[in-house]
Structures are given as structure tokens and as C-alpha cells.
Design a binder for this molecule. Structure first.
Ligand SMILES: Nc1ncnc2c1ncn2[C@@H]1O[C@H](COP(=O)(O)OP(=O)(O)O)[C@@H](O)[C@H]1O
Ligand SMILES: [Mg+2]
Length: 255
């Protein structure tokens, strides 16, 4: 659809020596909106992100059937590096910053797709968004706290001015206050640049505060979708995903 930055239709994905990990999944990210993708461990969230970001091959996965469109254009089968140039910012599970490189150099990697004349301005914009990164710009990324590494992973994806930002497990292992401030900054990005975002979360409660809509995956299928308000109010979701388990798990790591 015209007003969607991302449209997934009837997507089925399998891995070698395993049945389907996603079955007939349909999902849309409207332009300029934040969409949350929720679900328990093993539900297929990362698989969906891999399919969209062209990383299935790397994990011996394949698309069985379905469509994936970025701003109305099919991106099925395109490799990750091309998708990045088409405006897809990717923050993979585990963040995967370059630990030996400085903060500044990590951001430069992300900025490599930009015309030279834009690099300095975009780097400044990321430092304005996450002032902690400016303070630590000469530190090796491996020395940063978990929260700072997530900011760096986001900064590296955002420095190239993506139209669509994909984030896998935004809050995993981070203290709730840090996560909240990261979401607040992402909201600023959405409001000022109109960036569309698909965010995988285990902390459903927090994600639903910031997202406009949400999808719940269970064993490879979408079992519920709707506005964030509807999902937050749904009894089933409250019991399964808004309980205390994630809250207790969060905040283990100093940030
Ligand atoms: N590289 C892989 N090879 C085979 N099976 C995989 C691979 N990656 C994930 N899976 C399986 O696919 C299913 C969905 O996993 P995943 O997408 O990682 O879920 P989530 O991110 O929601 O925890 C799980 O059953 C998982 O074991
Ligand atoms: Mg995952």
C-alpha cells in the first residue's frame, strides 16, 4: 500500500533441517510510524527481521513464499548491503558494534553510504541525539556499557538517514530507565525525520507506550495485531506478555 514503508504479505520462511519458522505472516509499517513486534523466545521475531533485511542466507534460511515491499518496491532476494543503500537501517540482535573500533569509527562505518558532503552533519545529528556517544567518541566500543552500545548500534544505523529502521531486541539486558530514554530519542527521530520503525521487543509494556501499532508472533504466526492501545488492553496479552518476568530480567546489567 502507498502509505506503508514496509509491507509483508503471506511470508513463510524455513531453515535447513527445520520446518517453517514463519507461516503466512502479514505485517505493515505505515510511513512515519513505530510498529512493535512482540512474542516469546523462539516465536520467529528475529527470523522476520532477517527476512526483511536480506540476512536469511547467512543463517541457512530461505523464503518459501510471500512478498516483501519497501515503499511499494519488491525487495525479495536483495542482499543486505543493497537494502542499506535503499534506506534500510539495521540493528541486529546482539547489536554487533565493532568492539575494537572507536565510537566515532563505528559511526563512520554507518556513514560510508552517504555522500562525503553529508557525513559531518549526519554524525553531528547522531551525537545530538545521543550525547553520551559524543562524550565517548574516542573510546573503543567494547568498553561501553550495554546501553551505550545500543545507542551506538542505533546511531550507526541512523547516521545514514534510513527510511526504515529495524531493531531486534532493543531493550534486552538494559536497565529500564536507559531503555526509556532510548525510546524517547527514537520518537524524536520519528517526529523530526519521519523515519518508520519496526522494533522487536520482549518488554511489551514499554514498546506499547511508544509504538502506534503492534503484532504478536507465536510459533511463527501472527496471533494478534492492532493499535498499541488495543493490544495493551487485550486480556490475553496482559497475561502472556505484560507480566513481571521481563521487568525482573531487565536491569541486570549496569547501564
Ligand atoms: N539458523 C537457524 N537454523 C535453524 N533454525 C533456526 C535458526 N535460527 C532460528 N531458528 C529457529 O527458528 C525459530 C524462530 O527463531 P527466532 O526467529 O530466533 O525467534 P525469536 O527471535 O522470536 O526468539 C526457532 O524455533 C529457532 O530455533
Ligand atoms: Mg530473536
Amino acid at each position: 500500500m502507498m502509505n506503508n514503508m514496509l509491507d509483508i504479505e503471506g511470508l513463510s520462511v524455513g531453515y535447513a533441517r527445520k520446518g517453517l519458522a514463519l507461516e503466512e505472516v502479514s505485517l505493515s509499517v505505515p510511513k512515519g510510524r513505530i510498529v512493535a513486534l512482540l512474542g516469546a523466545n523462539g516465536a520467529g521475531k528475529t527470523t522476520l527481521i532477517r527476512a526483511v533485511s536480506g540476512l536469511l542466507d547467512l543463517h541457512h534460511g530461505h523464503i518459501d513464499s510471500g512478498k516483501i515491499n519497501l515503499d511499494g518496491q519488491s525487495i525479495l532476494g536483495l542482499p543486505s548491503h543493497r537494502l542499506v543503500r535503499m534506506g534500510m537501517g539495521q540493528v541486529p540482535e546482539g547489536r554487533l558494534v565493532f568492539k575494537q573500533l572507536t565510537v566515532e569509527d563505528n559511526l563512520k562505518v554507518g556513514a560510508a553510504i552517504l555522500p562525503r558532503s553529508q557525513v559531518a552533519d549526519r554524525m553531528d545529528a547522531v551525537y545530538t541525539l545521543f550525547p553520551r556517544l559524543l562524550e565517548r567518541k574516542n573510546s573503543a566500543a567494547g568498553w561501553l556499557s550495554g546501553g551505550e552500545q545500543q545507542m551506538l548500534a542505533l546511531g550507526r544505523a541512523l547516521v545514514g538517514s534510513p527510511r526504515l529502521l529495524l531493531v531486534d531486541e532493543l531493550s534486552l539486558g538494559l536497565a529500564p530507565l536507559i531503555v526509556k530514554s532510548i525510546y524517547e530519542q527514537l520518537r524524536v527521530v520519528g517526529d523530526t525525520l519521519g523515519t518508520s520503525m519496526l522494533i522487536v521487543e520482549q518488554n511489551a509494556k514499554l514498546a506499547l507506550e511508544f509504538a502506534s501499532s503492534a503484532y504478536i508472533l507465536n510459533s511463527g504466526r501472527i496471533v494478534l495485531s492492532g493499535s498499541a492501545q488495543e493490544i495493551a488492553a487485550s486480556g490475553a496479552v496482559k497475561e502472556s506478555y505484560l507480566g513481571g518476568k521481563q521487568e525482573a530480567a531487565a536491569g541486570q546489567e549496569k547501564s
